[in-house]
Design a binder for this molecule. Structure first.
Ligand SMILES: *Cc1c(COP(=O)(O)O)cnc(C)c1O
Length: 467
């Protein structure tokens, strides 16, 4: 058939909408999405004809295309994915999955009214800070605490509250960028504080801070290098030394710790990161951290410190702009409650469970997954297991190589890039990496029950005709 004849054979929108299979789509999907998908399917088929990719035009094929398009456009945009990357705190994938008791708490407060700002004792207006404050002070030893939208806003609020219109001194070795959009110099400018840089990239001495102190100094800031390390010829000033210097000059000290470590992780076989309690014990006036990194909770910014500092921040106009909503507060409160019982903590908080999963357990899970994949795909792929490393990710524990065993798949019916693409576009979305022409799956970051979904998705992807 020539091109004109093929174009004339393209079905009309109304004709397709009358078909039984397309009408059935409109029974389950919103009609505007179905109409749009039908138009898209016709347009895409026309483009194929004009590009010489089609020798026949069939109404059935166009209808099938519309069905695929409407399934895609009806899917929730924000939805669960399977993380087979081995990066535990994966910022692009939402950092920390929540413990099931934290999820239950979210559902409970989301479904109805709540005690968000209601004091049941007095029957009067309460404060949303109470839900996490006593847990945070208990876990860190601080006098007072509050939680805000994320750590970026915690730092912004801390700087604005303590140093707006004043100078804040920070080491050049700590002018960090996190996640591409959080940069200390930028946040400092937005807070209204004037940044005074001291020292060099690799070395900063106490005398550098001392020399920079003026009557305009409002703050000494220390930023934890949570996502990188400077190694070799380096020197920094400890928090305790900064606190001493600050006390001599009546200048408060703020440490941005980032990762949100509430217990000594070294006891559980992980690299030692400073805890919030250590910073409080060292005398910091204010300490901030993320709720969804190593803490394992929802996106939040945790602020703990001296009572008068936290009181000032609670009353600051920015506090309202960066406050937490009830669902996040519910998840944060429940996650913090789990910290009161360390056994439950490591069993229930997914981030901590994954980070401390033993090499033996990941090897056993990898072997089991590999066996199921061999069964399911037969000759269509080659499946192996091999030792590798997982990463904490999320700008945390940058130097930690966590030993793991990965499963790798070399497909024979499609290119490995195509397999990766099909898994990414499928339902559920599966995020895996390609290494040495093989698709690599790390069991460490899989939720219990993810394996059967992966096996089914790979078998499906290998069975589809090459696109
Ligand atoms: C992660 C991090 C931040 C940013 O925290 P968000 O929760 O992503 O807003 C700020 N400072 C440090 C040191 C961090 O590690």
């Amino acid at each position: 058939m020539d091109t004109n004849a093929l174009l004339r054979a393209l079905p009309k929108v109304d004709r397709l909408l009358e078909r039984e299979d397309v009408a059935a789509l409109a029974a389950v999907h919103p009609r505007p999405l179905v109409v749009e998908a039908v138009r898209e399917a016709i347009d895409a088929t026309r483009a194929d004809v004009l590009a010489g990719r089609l020798t026949t035009v069939s109404e059935d094929d166009v209808a099938a295309r519309a069905a695929v398009a409407v399934e895609r456009s009806s899917r929730r945009s924000l939805r669960r994915v399977i993380n087979a990357s081995g990066i535990v705190v994966h910022t692009n994938l939402g950092r920390s999955p929540l413990a099931s008791s934290a999820i239950d708490a979210v559902v409970d407060v989301a479904a109805g009214y709540s005690t968000l700002e209601y004091d049941v004792e007095s029957g009067e207006r309460g404060s949303r800070h109470v839900h996490v404050e006593s847990l945070l002070t208990r876990l860190t030893g601080a006098e007072a605490a509050m939680a805000v939208n994320n750590n970026a806003s915690a730092v912004l609020l801390g700087l604005a509250g303590l140093a707006r219109g004043k100078e804040a001194i920070v080491s050049r070795g700590q002018l960090v960028e996190i996640g591409g959009s959080f940069r200390i110099p930028d946040i400092m400018r937005e807070s209204g504080a004037t940044m005074v840089e001291v020292g060099t990239t690799n070395k900063t001495h106490l005398r550098d801070y001392e020399a920079a102190l003026t009557p305009r100094t409002g703050l000494l800031l220390k930023v934890h290098s949570s996502n990188f390390r400077v190694v070799g010829f380096t020197e920094g000033v400890s928090l305790a030394e900064l606190v001493e210097l600050g006390a001599q000059h009546g200048v408060p000290v703020f440490e941005d710790q980032g990762s949100g470590v509430l217990i000594d992780l070294a006891r559980f076989g992980m690299p030692g990161e400073p805890t919030m309690a250590q910073a409080v014990a060292a005398g910091a006036d204010l300490v901030s951290a993320s709720g969804d990194k190593l803490l394992g909770g929802p996106q939040a910014g945790i602020l703990v410190g001296k009572w008068h500092v936290i009181e000032k921040l609670k009353k600051h106009p920015l506090a309202r702009a960066v406050r937490l909503d009830k669902m996040t507060l519910a998840a944060l409160e429940m996650t913090l409650r789990l910290y009161l019982d360390e056994e439950r903590l490591f069993a229930e908080v997914p981030t901590l469970r994954m980070l401390t999963m033993s090499a033996e357990e990941s090897a056993a899970r990898a072997e089991k997954l590999a066996a199921a994949l061999r069964d399911a795909c037969g000759d269509a792929c080659d499946v192996r297991t091999s030792p590798d490393v997982s990463r904490a990710g999320g700008g945390a524990l940058p130097m930690a190589d966590i030993p793991t065993t990965v499963v790798s798949v070399a497909p024979r019916t499609v290119a490995v890039n195509e397999l990766e693409r099909r898994l990414r576009l499928g339902t559920p979305t599966i995020v895996a990496r390609i290494r040495d022409d093989r698709l690599q799956l790390d069991p460490r970051t899989l939720a219990p029950g993810d394996e059967p979904a992966i096996v089914a998705a790979i078998a499906r992807a290998l069975g589809e005709a090459s696109a």
